[in-house]
Design a binder for this molecule. Structure first.
Ligand code: AMP
Length: 232
């Protein structure tokens, strides 16, 4: 599992960094598209970074709340920071939680932002011939579970980007990727096939922090929840 540090003696017997009781709360945000949609939501929840995150190269930002700072991370690192208590709360795509696991995390809120679909896709007119299917994706765990549930034999090819190129270059037959409008697929001669999961960003909370810092975290979750409700 990503983020395992069991051989590193940094954790207390309660499984949390010693400093967790005294420090201010840390909210880990996913950079990129999710960040753009998260900041207005936080603003409506009364949580405002003290400088413009989008225009800064910094990674840590104080906020208007004395008890809360923000860090900005790659999405795949957010669950690791929150699981291990380096951050108390996080905002991350459901795709990341499905792919890397949500062990050690509460998921109290669907933020309803950065909505998209995780889908299989293939060249226009593609049909399954019954042979083994080569599938290119960065979501290898999700793809493995999906095709296993259907009894389809697949060879998974791990890629880190531009999945839609793989069938064109005969590297793979199908891809598993995130689809929003479908324009990227169509521009590359591909069509969406099956939906695997509806994706949106989620608020996640470290389980131990939810107990030890309950009032402060419950207040933040409630405010963000109300901001999500306002938007709906
Ligand atoms: P589209 O062409 O609108 O279907 O967008 C597809 C591409 O945009 C995907 O390959 C993703 O890289 C990216 N994308 C779209 N929506 C999201 C999202 N909510 N989270 C992360 N990536 C996304």
């Amino acid at each position: 599992m990503a983020g395992e540090i069991s051989s590193v003696p940094l954790l207390s017997s309660a499984g949390q960094p010693q400093r967790i009781m005294n420090r201010i709360l840390t909210l880990a945000l996913t950079k990129g598209r999710i960040l753009k949609e998260t900041l207005p939501l936080l603003d409506r929840a009364g949580i405002r970074p003290c400088e413009n995150i989008s225009e800064s190269r910094k990674l840590v930002f104080p906020t208007n709340r004395d008890d809360l700072q923000i860090v900005v991370l790659r999405g795949t690192d957010v669950p690791t920071y929150v699981r291990l208590g380096a951050a108390d709360i996080g905002v991350v795509g459901k795709d990341v939680l499905l792919e890397h696991g949500a062990e050690g995390l509460y998921e109290p809120l669907d933020l309803g932002i950065a909505r998209c679909r995780l889908m299989t896709a293939g060249p226009s007119g593609w049909q399954h011939t019954g042979a083994r299917v080569r599938v290119a994706t960065k979501f290898v765990n999700i793809a493995r579970r999906h095709f296993a549930a259907q009894g389809v034999n697949v060879d998974l090819i791990k890629l880190y980007g531009a999945m839609e190129l793989a069938p064109t270059m005969q590297l793979a037959d199908l891809i598993v990727d995130i689809v929003d409008t479908g324009n990227t697929l169509r521009a590359n001669g591909m069509q969406p096939l099956e939906e695997i999961a509806a994706i949106s960003s989620r608020l996640v909370v470290n389980k131990a922090a939810m107990r030890s810092r309950h009032n402060a975290i419950a207040d933040i979750v409630e405010r963000i929840g109300a901001a999500v409700g306002e938007r709906a």
